[in-house]
Design a binder for this molecule. Structure first.
Ligand SMILES: NC(=O)c1ccc[n+]([C@@H]2O[C@H](COP(=O)([O-])OP(=O)(O)OC[C@H]3O[C@@H](n4cnc5c(N)ncnc54)[C@H](OP(=O)(O)O)[C@@H]3O)[C@@H](O)[C@H]2O)c1
Length: 253
């Protein structure tokens, strides 16, 4: 299906690998002009080359989205490269892990800046121009932890729920201007993040056995959902959280 976004501009953060790179690839295939971000400039440059091989216009801008000054310079560099982005896909690495009982204030502060405030700052930075243009798409990459807390991922559980509530609130504020705000909540997906969290084969096999689909997601499967939310066809879908989890979260609602 043609998503009818060819020629539009997108800023995708956390885009050098994993889910973010898969989203960038999906939008590149639709003819979207891309600004891609991650911290490691070398890996980001290589990712940009792979995206260009798909025929896309790609501008890599390195920086850490957990820091306000980097978000500001990323937004300025984006405007310089492609103008105000019509699409934002806000993604990054996961916050520090640890149990709720013992995580210290420094870890909480890190999770707040990385997971919640990066999303808030990026969205605040792009939404005014989207409203003025009468068209915009904001997609946050969150996690199934929003529906069902994951043991030891206290900060992900807490701050991604915050992102989801922020998205719902912002969605209602801007819907009349043709701007939609949604999130994609991935289930367990085959990326380096999964390798970090579940290095042990036995733990991985046990985890897979709890997923109704009996397999992990490919990053491209999460990206397809994100790309749909960026499409012209999704114009009337806003404030939603789209779980892409192979059936893992077993609740009816
Ligand atoms: N994989 C899963 O099973 C799964 C499930 C649910 C939710 N999620 C969430 O989905 C998101 C993406 O996951 P993933 O598995 O694709 O992770 P990944 O493979 O580790 O990729 C993370 C990407 O974000 C970039 N990044 C990390 N921290 C950043 C920062 N502070 N500023 C800018 N870029 C940053 C990384 O590049 P640099 O390191 O160079 O910055 C990389 O490009 C994460 O938040 C993760 O927690 C993942």
């Amino acid at each position: 299906m043609d998503l009818q976004i060819a020629g539009k501009t997108a800023l995708i953060t956390g885009a050098s690998k994993g889910i973010g790179f898969a989203v960038a690839s999906a939008l590149a295939a639709e003819g979207v002009r891309l600004v891609v971000n991650a911290r490691d400039a070398g890996a980001l440059g290589e990712a940009a080359e792979r995206l260009r091989a798909l025929g896309a216009e790609v501008h890599p801008v390195a920086g850490d989205v957990s820091e306000l000054k980097h978000v500001k310079s990323l937004l300025a560099a984006t405007r310089e490269a492609v103008g105000d982005p019509a699409i934002l896909v806000a993604n990054a690495g996961g916050p520090p892990t640890g149990p709720a009982e013992t995580l210290d204030d420094a870890a909480w502060a890190r999770g707040f800046e990385l997971t919640l405030m990066s999303a808030v700052r990026l969205a605040r930075g792009v939404v005014p121009a989207m409203k003025a243009a009468g068209w915009g798409r904001v997609v946050f990459v969150t996690s199934l932890s929003v529906k069902e807390p994951i043991a030891n991922l206290t900060l992900s559980n807490a701050f991604r729920s915050g992102v989801t509530a922020f998205a719902r609130t912002l969605a209602n504020e801007v819907a009349e201007h043709g701007v939609t705000v949604n999130s994609v909540a991935p289930g367990y997906t085959l990326t380096e993040r999964l390798d970090e969290l579940f290095a042990d084969d036995y733990a991985r096999a046990r985890l897979v056995s709890t997923i109704p689909a009996r397999r992990f997601a490919a990053p491209e499967e999460i990206a397809s959902a994100a790309a749909y939310l960026c499409s012209a066809q999704a114009a009337y879908v806003t404030g939603q959280m789209l779980l892409v989890d192979g059936g893992m979260v077993g609740t009816t609602y």
